[in-house]
Design a protein around this ligand. Structure first.
Ligand code: PGA
Length: 256
């Protein structure tokens, strides 16, 4: 059985005091034995947030990384630096990085390779734009992003991989994919992984849903058989709403 993962993507939000307080509140929660919890603060707050999480089971993740190990890459951060701050996870290929910052599948793949080589667990985000969905291209877009992001990645490399399906039209808009739309896309991703790797591998991989996940829709989304948790943006910035989503995962896991 796959464990649930509820991950908070704080994006470019919070400050040192607010982020630390939020992490302290998240650290105090009990997600139960079958749900993993992760928070991904902005780079400057990784260390204080990591300190606030110490002793709890809540993991620390980054929102991006650069693929070179060191050198003249002004403004960038390496895998080893993230490990040094206590990160275990990194979000890669988020739609804001693809669409606002112009990241290509090729760049994302280099980051995936570097993160895996440096023992960070990768959360690879994929998802279609509204016009792509309306043009019936959702599956083609997912195929392209999966193939591009995972090029050259072996089954062994991908053992800890997490995929996040985040339809771009649902991110930060308040419009959530319906449970059916999410399940259809997740099942497609799982089939793609089974074709590319094998069924046993695909069955183990966690696929998170992201895009306007809130306390009132989290349970129905995570109830879908191929939805193994959530990547939460806006609702992860308040302890109450994030912990309500963690709690939804905990009760679903307990009922299994
Ligand atoms: P949202 O963001 O929950 O605010 O829609 C999700 C994400 O971008 O990961």
């Amino acid at each position: 059985m796959r464990r649930f993962l509820v991950a908070g993507n704080w994006k470019m939000n919070t400050d040192r005091a607010g982020g630390t307080a939020l992490a302290t509140a998240v650290a105090a929660a009990d997600p139960g034995p079958k749900t993993d919890v992760l928070v991904c603060p902005p780079f400057p707050y990784l260390i204080p947030v990591g300190e606030a999480l110490q002793g709890s089971g809540v993991r620390l993740g980054a929102q991006d990384v650069w693929y070179e190990p060191s050198g003249a890459f002004t403004g960038e951060v390496s895998v080893a630096m993230l490990r040094d701050t206590g990160c275990s996870h990194v979000v890669l290929g988020h739609s804001e990085r693809r669409h606002i910052l112009g990241e290509t599948d090729e760049t994302i793949c280099r980051k995936v390779q570097a993160a895996i080589a440096g023992h960070l667990t990768v959360i690879l985000c994929v998802g279609e734009l509204l016009e792509e969905r309306e043009a019936g291209q959702t599956e083609a877009v997912l195929n392209r992003q999966l193939a591009g992001g995972l090029e050259g990645i072996s089954e062994q490399d991908a053992a800890d991989l997490v995929i996040a399906y985040e339809p771009v039209w649902a991110i930060g808009t308040g419009v959530t994919a319906s449970p059916d739309q999410a399940e259809t896309a997740h099942a497609h991703i799982r089939n793609w992984l089974a074709d590319r790797y094998n069924a046993a591998f695909s069955d183990r991989i966690r696929i998170l849903y992201g895009g306007s996940v809130k306390p009132d829709n989290a349970q129905t989304l995570m109830q879908q058989s191929n939805v193994d948790g959530a990547l939460v943006g806006g609702a992860s910035l308040k302890a109450d709403s994030f912990l309500a989503i963690v709690d939804a995962a905990r009760s679903l896991a307990a009922a299994e």
